[in-house]
Design a protein around this ligand. Structure first.
Ligand SMILES: Cc1cc2nc3c(=O)[nH]c(=O)nc-3n(C[C@H](O)[C@H](O)[C@H](O)COP(=O)(O)OP(=O)(O)OC[C@H]3O[C@@H](n4cnc5c(N)ncnc54)[C@H](O)[C@@H]3O)c2cc1C
Length: 306
């Protein structure tokens, strides 16, 4: 066995699980496909996380967690997990580069991925005006008009951040009104840079060397309009990246991993924590708590093996 435990995902849930297991002196490998700390790194201020001070910067919180994991002895590797297999005596985790690691327990904490619009132009214009993260890329859109597709919490938060740099931010919402929390809607409506357009559906993104326009369609009239924009950010919801787990672990109707009250999946030795599990509260504090609780349950499994 290469490790006692393998944690998949380096966001708050995965880091918290890794810290708990490493502090108990288990050999822990944490695999993260993009950046240690997870998407929290790109959230300017984390709301609702109990911590001293008025506001919590996402980057600082993530960096503190990563540092603590490293100090606790969690081994961290940048790799995307593409396969999990359970054998009689161990669990094997395979990464995109073909490397495989084995362990007695696995904690799945791979969070959610941002859904795509699925319209023409979206793929071709990746890296050419399709914005992935307001905080990372907003400076590139200074004094330009940009569009944000999706009027949920994440859409409005990112639109307001872009509005500090862009000349105008068009928020395109397919429903009759934004779905964000009322407090965010109030802030967004008071922002002079934001224009919220409801009942409008993005149907194509135009441009060759870069984004030049977003074509939208009014759901009531069917009228189409090409909005001249320099960049497009998509925030139309999130889904668990559990496609490769179908047929291996039980998933609920929305594709989240089904767990019991001990965060155990239906496969012995595999646990799930954070946003990827069914019924998660989908916030940082809950993810941290999940990670710790899943790790405590995993410790019991490891103790029983000893
Ligand atoms: C724009 C935005 C604003 C938010 N604001 C707040 C807020 O103010 N307050 C709050 O409490 N919460 C907020 N949240 C929610 C919060 O970020 C999440 O609930 C929390 O990060 C979930 O933690 P997690 O560890 O379960 O998943 P994540 O933080 O998503 O981490 C999962 C990690 O797994 C990695 N991963 C995915 N697939 C694989 C794979 N196959 N192999 C290896 N690694 C993989 C991902 O790269 C990622 O780093 C916000 C979310 C967004 C998107």
């Amino acid at each position: 066995m290469d490790y006692d435990a393998i944690v998949i995902g380096g966001g708050p849930a995965g880091l918290s699980a890794g810290i708990e297991l490493a502090r108990a002196k288990y050999r822990v490998l944490l695999l993260e496909k993009e950046s240690f700390g997870g998407p929290v790194i790109n959230i300017e201020w984390i709301i609702g996380y109990p911590r001293p001070g008025e506001k919590t910067a996402g980057a600082m919180l993530a960096s503190d967690m990563v540092q603590q994991a490293a100090q606790s002895g969690v081994e961290m590797e940048l790799a995307e997990v593409v396969e999990i297999e359970r054998y009689s005596s161990c669990i094997s985790v395979t990464c995109a580069d073909g490397t495989a690691h084995t362990s007695s327990v696995v904690i799945q904490a791979a969070g959610l991925y941002s859904k795509k619009l699925g319209v023409p132009g979206e793929e071709d214009l990746q890296g050419k005006g399709m914005i992935h993260c307001a905080m990372c890329d907003a400076g590139l859109y200074r004094d330009h008009v940009v569009a944000v597709c999706g009027g949920g919490d994440a859409g409005l938060i990112e639109a307001m951040y872009l509005g500090r740099f862009a000349s105008k931010v068009l928020v395109i919402e397919a429903q009759a009104e934004p779905t964000a929390k009322p407090v965010l809607q109030t802030r967004a409506l008071a922002d002079p840079k934001l224009v919220i357009r409801c009942n409008e559906r993005p149907i194509e993104i135009l441009g060759e060397q870069g984004v030049t326009a977003l074509v939208i369609e009014n759901s009531a009239t069917g009228k189409r309009e090409a909005l001249e924009v320099y960049g497009v950010l998509v925030h139309v919801g999130y889904a668990p990246a559990t496609g490769y787990l179908e047929g291996i672990l039980a998933l609920d109707d929305s594709g989240h991993i089904a767990v019991n009250e001990q965060f155990a999946t239906d496969v012995p030795g595999i646990f799930a924590a954070g946003d990827i599990r069914g019924g998660s509260a989908r916030n940082v504090a809950a993810a941290v708590a999940d990670g710790k609780a899943a790790a405590m349950a995993a410790r019991k499994t490891l103790e029983s093996l000893q």
